[in-house]
Design a protein around this ligand. Structure first.
Ligand code: ATP
Length: 287
């Protein structure tokens, strides 16, 4: 057995936090979109245990790797826990970027294994397994364009992003998700995005309307790195983006362009400056 699967990154078109739950999790409101930037997984049946190897040496190969955890849970769920698996990860999604790289790999492992084992789990069973592995894994499993709420595991289909080119830029620093949530908890959120208006603009195919409503509550936390984030957003807008916003808890920022050439030109410039830049397109449902 040798199976390949693409693990597509996500962006948060906007991100709101409406409160904190008694269990400590935050209530999220996130219109999300799958984008064409992706890792590639190759899974082979081999040896004992489940291990991953990747082209990035700092990505763990043991159970700290979400793809390994997903594969283990999958084999347990179908009663094949004795199987040995090797997962090769060709990582293209930047790590610690708010693009759900680890979650995408976990979701891709679930899709690939379910295919290889003859669809032994239903779509509902697979989604439930995904949600147990991590908050963003359920979205990464199904993909497309969804309004994710709760911890991010409640998914409701919404209209896709109007046609546009998505220039993604990541500065050399990464941002830890728990650290940013802690900072968010220290002060009240002053501004919330207009999620309803954003979804309506998407339904109408109104890219300008979407771009006016891009907003992420994490950009307003007291963290000096947000100065760099604002700087990158400014450069994307100067380069012709109609709107720009940070995705997830950063540190990647994306800008939406109507014009493909302007997106490519801006991306080439920002790649020299920040190290990572990529023009992606929207991707539809994966499962
Ligand atoms: P999110 O948007 O879900 O917060 P992120 O894009 O900020 O995620 P990831 O790229 O998923 O962050 O990586 C965060 C951490 O997860 C890394 O420090 C890494 O050690 C760990 N990790 C576990 N599995 C993977 C994986 N398959 N690929 C990359 N990182 C992984």
């Amino acid at each position: 057995m040798s199976i390949q699967e693409k693990a597509y990154a996500k962006i948060n078109i906007s991100l709101d936090v409406s409160g904190k739950r008694p269990d400590g999790y935050h209530e999220m409101i996130m219109p999300m979109q799958t984008v064409s930037l992706c890792d590639t997984l190759t899974i082979r049946r081999e040896g004992e245990g489940i291990r991953a190897r990747s082209n990035l040496r700092y990505v763990p190969g043991d159970e700290r790797n979400l793809a390994v955890r997903a594969a283990k849970r999958y084999l347990e769920a179908i009663g094949e826990e004795g199987q040995g698996l090797r997962i090769e990860l060709d990582k293209r999604i930047p790590v610690g970027a708010g693009m759900g790289g680890g979650s995408a790999d976990a979701a891709a492992a679930l899709r690939a294994l379910n295919r290889a084992y003859g669809d032994r789990l239903s779509r509902e069973e697979l989604t439930a397994l995904a949600a147990e592995i991590g908050s963003d894994v359920a979205f990464c499993l199904v993909g497309g364009t969804m309004l994710a709420t709760g911890r991010g595991e409640n998914l409701q289909p919404i209209a896709p992003l109007p046609p546009c080119h998505i220039a993604i830029v990541k500065p050399s620093f990464s941002i830890s998700t728990p650290e940013l949530f802690n900072k968010l908890d220290r002060a009240p959120i002053r501004i919330h995005p207009d999620t309803t208006g954003l979804i309506e603009a998407m339904e109408q195919g109104d890219l300008q309307g979407v771009c006016r409503r891009l907003y992420n509550v994490f950009e307003d936390v007291d963290d000096r790195r947000m100065r760099s984030i604002r700087q990158i957003k400014g450069e994307l807008l100067d380069g012709g983006a109609l709107g720009a916003v940070m995705t997830g808890t950063g540190s990647a920022v994306f800008g939406l362009f109507e014009d493909a050439e302007a997106a490519a030109r801006c991306c080439a410039k920002l790649k020299k400056e920040y190290g990572f830049a990529f023009v992606a397109e929207s991707v539809g449902t994966l499962l």
